[in-house]
Design a protein around this ligand. Structure first.
Ligand code: B3K
Ligand code: ZN
Length: 879
């Protein structure tokens, strides 16, 4: 298992301007004939190297039509080298594959009888021998042959240029893609699928046929995805001036898929989870996720496909940028403020822990063993934050001009993150030399901000930045970053206008945009009212961990009055965080200062008119255990869990009547539609239910909520609560775990995505016997280790979203996860590797759990046939 390094990058020795594929599909014996037009680029390259894999058989090799003697090529487990080739030649390669045996879901495989492919990052090498790297762009011509009965639909990239019948009940279709593309964007689908179609007319008047393919029983749930696609196409034209470039856009939904979706040129392949959505079977969040992922894959057509990555170290070039684009899209389609809070939460619960643990890596990694292990929250979500910070620093207008310049300069090329930053630098007329450290340095920076008054009455803000060591990077250089802030007068009628008189920054509409560059920066303001409260890191302007000297009193003020949703939310979260930590150190909620402030804030929120239901739901939520635990040394997660539970119970009891009244009010105001108002009301009533469920008679509310549910959002809100209630505590009114879970299962047996939810709520349960129940779920007839969604529903949920259960004191949670990883690994190494991260968190834990967790990792490592995917992560986790 070799380490690949960015420093070793070399341009390809040969280009392959054209490739033609003839693929004759068969479940067990698919034949692929590849014809490659090869042109020497590097005169010193004597031989051509083609990547391959042990999962296919080489059945023929010819140069310019003449079979190559065995002595003239070297075949090994991961490819073949062909010596003494001419400057320009045609290479013909025959391979034979067994798609039905492909459980790795990489390359060509079967999902419920439908042939499909996944080639990013390095799946194409499992289909034919090829220099499998993103900087080789080729024109594809693809002929697919298959049984007419089993595969009436035959799809590949580009346009269908021919089709017809073949003897023996078979037929064929020929697809030609007019755009050169890297092989990771190749795709093929063949199966018995139904289709939902629409037409989109681009702003320059070109009609595009949109087709969404799914299994016949799923097609009724595809409308929202198709409508989302149209919105995404229009949005990219309106916001970035980017138009779709082909006559057809196909999306196929399959149940067995390693990731969310894949942006193959004009033939996106999706996990059904991000396509199917109907109010009875999908939650509001599912609807939003479908829209976001449909948008994401569509936006890749420009940022990813037309302009692609030179090598996989540049993955964030397309992923960070495309996540940024999909976030903007979702913000424009729904609520910008709420979308930002969701994105911040994801960063804090997944990316920050990654960045402070053994798997920390820069947005542009310098080395990898398995590239699939680098499709991470750091590359994707921190990558998007890096783009957003650039926009803050150069300004929105310059950023938009930079995007246009990027497309103009690099369309049709395979480029680097450096190329992107240089374009932004040119467009903004700014030097981003220091800013580039965001691509190279890992770790989450910490900001410590203090305010003071100097002798002349000026207000001084001192900002100290630091970044803890991460693997391979013991010492960090300071980052260049935007800190958006403002001064909030205590008295709303105060008309004073603070001015920045010293320090780099400018006054914008949303506040002061301060620029940090040095380890310590001082900003001096004039005309700041004495009692003004600093509103810091507005909109979460940089992905940092913030520490301030803002008092509890000021936090209470910000939580009530700030006009920036993030700052408001963060002030409330800080009160919550402090209260939970106090409680963990045995300070009763009602007697600690933070606790008192939190209780008062809750009462204030619940007794006033609730202006914005969705934001109120956010303000009434406590930060999660993972997020709070991330700041605790020698953590005992069970102790933290109990403390947080105690705080929640106290909050519920303290405002029992108000909660019950608000809950009933909002429950009764629910309507089954998908308007943002209806969604906000469902969100708040679900949150309120989680509090009233803690009160005397709570199970009754839960049962009632479940029975009255019109939408999956309501039903799930109830089911999540029901799953926490131990059997014996149910009130007989049918609010208990077993009744509702059984009912749910019976109702939705035919809907795998809903059954995933059924598995997940149980894996997330606070019940004391959850671990035993998970072991039983593993034996359930509907459970399978072969379907990634199902594996994640149980094991990602349990290990990432149920700390108290995962971290049981005897280490049995760790063992269960380790065992599962070892079982999944031979089936699907990518899915197995994605389960490893929680076991890498041992350094944060108290000594006993540290030992137990390390033992679980050692156990995996001692397993003889472990994949390189899992091995890389386990080894790093142990370091
Ligand atoms: N680009 C794909 C991810 C492919 C994952 C390969 N292991 C999905 C996306 O980011 O759009
Ligand atoms: Zn992507």
């Amino acid at each position: 298992n070799k380490t690949i390094r960015l420093a070793d990058y070399k341009p390809p020795g040969f280009s392959i301007p054209r490739i033609s594929l003839v693929i004759s599909l068969d479940r067990h014996e698919t034949r692929v004939k590849a014809t490659l037009d090869c042109v020497r680029q590097d005169v010193t390259a004597a031989s051509i190297r083609l990547d391959g894999s042990a999962h296919m058989r080489l059945a023929g090799l010819a140069v310019d039509g003449r079979p190559v003697a065995e002595s003239l090529y070297d075949l090994d487990v991961d490819g073949l080298s062909l010596k003494n080739v001419p400057d320009h030649f045609t290479l013909t390669i025959d391979t034979v594959l067994d798609p039905a045996a492909n459980t790795r879901l990489e390359g060509l495989y079967l999902s419920e009888g439908c042939f499909c492919t996944q080639c990013e990052a390095e799946g194409f090498r499992h289909i034919t021998f090829f220099p499998d790297r993103p900087d080789i762009l080729s024109l594809y011509d693809v002929r697919i042959e298959a049984s007419r009965e089993h595969c009436p639909v035959l799809l590949s990239n580009g346009n269908r240029v021919e089709s017809g019948m073949l003897p023996g009940g078979r037929h064929y279709a020929v697809w030609r893609d007019p755009f050169p593309k890297p092989c990771y964007l190749f795709a093929l689908v063949a199966g018995d699928l139904e289709c939902l179609s629409e037409r989109f007319v681009t702003r320059s008047g070109r009609p595009v046929d949109l087709h969404l393919y799914a299994k016949p029983h799923d097609i009724g749930q595809c409308g929202h995805a198709l409508a989302s696609l149209k919105r995404a196409m229009r949005w990219d034209e309106d916001v970035f001036g980017l138009e779709y470039d082909l006559d057809v856009y196909n999306i196929v939904a399959v149940s067995d898929f390693n990731m969310g979706a894949m942006e193959n040129k004009s033939l996106n392949i999706f996990n059904t989870k991000f396509v199917l959505a109907a109010a009875e079977t999908a939650t509001d969040r599912d609807f939003d996720n479908v829209e976001g992922v449909i948008g994401h894959e569509y936006f890749h057509n420009w940022t990813g496909n037309r302009i692609t990555c030179r090598d996989w170290f540049q993955l964030s070039l397309k992923e960070g940028l495309t996540v940024f684009r999909d976030q903007e899209f979702s913000s424009d389609m729904g609520s910008r403020a709420l979308k930002r809070l969701d994105d911040v939460r994801l960063l804090r619960t997944i990316q920050f822990p990654e960045d402070s643990g053994p798997l920390a890596h820069p947005v542009r990694p310098d080395s990898y063993v398995e590239i699939n292990n680098f499709y991470t929250a750091t590359v994707y979500n921190k990558g998007a934050e890096v783009i957003r910070m650039m926009r803050h620093l150069i300004g929105t207008e310059a950023f938009q001009a930079g995007m246009a310049l990027y497309i103009e300069r690099h369309d049709g090329q395979a480029v680097t993150c450096e190329d992107f930053v240089r374009t932004m630098e040119d467009a903004g007329g700014r030097d981003l030399t220091q800013f580039r450290l965001w691509y190279a340095q890992s770790g989450t920076p910490h900001l410590d901000i203090r305010r003071s008054r100097d002798e002349t009455g000026m207000t001084v803000l001192e900002v100290v930045q630091s970044c803890p060591p991460t693997p391979g990077q013991p010492v960090k250089e300071p980052f260049h970053m935007p800190l958006l802030m403002d001064w909030l007068p205590r008295n709303a009628s105060d008309r004073s206008a603070p001015r920045l008189v010293d320090g780099t920054g400018q006054r914008l509409e949303q506040g002061f945009l301060l620029e940090l560059r040095k380890p310590v920066e001082r900003f001096v303001f004039a005309d700041v009212p004495v009692d003004a409260v600093p509103s810091l890191l507005r909109g979460f302007s940089a992905p940092v961990i913030l520490k301030t000297d803002v008092s509890l009193d000021d936090l209470s003020f910000l939580a009530r009055h700030d006009d920036d949703a993030f700052v408001r939310f963060e002030a409330a979260q800080t009160l919550g965080r402090k209260t939970v930590l106090d409680r963990m150190h045995d300070v009763p909620v009602g007697s600690g200062e933070a606790g008192q402030a939190l209780l008062a804030f809750f009462t204030h929120l619940l007794s006033g008119p609730l202006e914005d239901a969705a934001l109120t739901a956010e303000l009434l939520s406590l930060p999660g255990e993972t997020e709070i635990g991330d700041a605790v040394d020698a953590l005992d997660p069970v102790r933290l869990h109990r403390a947080r539970e105690a705080v929640l119970n106290t909050l519920a009891a303290n405002d029992a009547e108000l909660l019950q009244a608000s809950y009933t009010e909002y429950r009764d105001r629910q309507t089954p539609d998908l308007s943002s108002e209806a969604k906000a009301i469902r969100r708040l009533s679900g949150l309120l239910l989680s509090y009233v469920a803690r009160l005397e008679g709570g199970a009754g509310y839960v049962g009632e909520h479940y029975r009255r549910a019109f939408t999956m959002t309501e039903r799930m809100a109830a089911l999540v609560e029901a799953a926490h209630i131990p059997d014996h505590a149910a009130d007989g009114g049918g609010g208990g775990t077993t009744d509702l879970l059984d009912d749910f299962y019976r109702r939705y047996e035919e809907y795998p995505l809903v059954i995933d939810k059924w598995f997940a709520v149980q894996a997330q349960s606070r019940r004391g016997d959850t671990l035993q129940r998970i072991c039983k779920l593993k034996e359930h007839p509907a459970f399978t280790l072969h379907n990634p969604n199902r594996v994640r529903a149980v094991f990602t949920t349990f290990s990432m979203a149920n700390p108290a259960c995962f971290h049981t004191g005897d280490g049995s949670g760790y063992e269960l996860l380790a065992e599962t990883i070892m079982e999944v690994d031979p089936i699907n190494p990518q899915v197995a590797a994605r389960l490893v991260a929680p076991l890498g968190r041992w350094r944060r834990l108290e000594p006993t759990r540290q030992k137990l967790m390390r033992a679980a990792l050692e156990r995996i490592l001692s397993c003889k046939s472990i994949s390189s995917d899992v091995k890389e992560l386990v080894q790093k986790s142990l370091q």
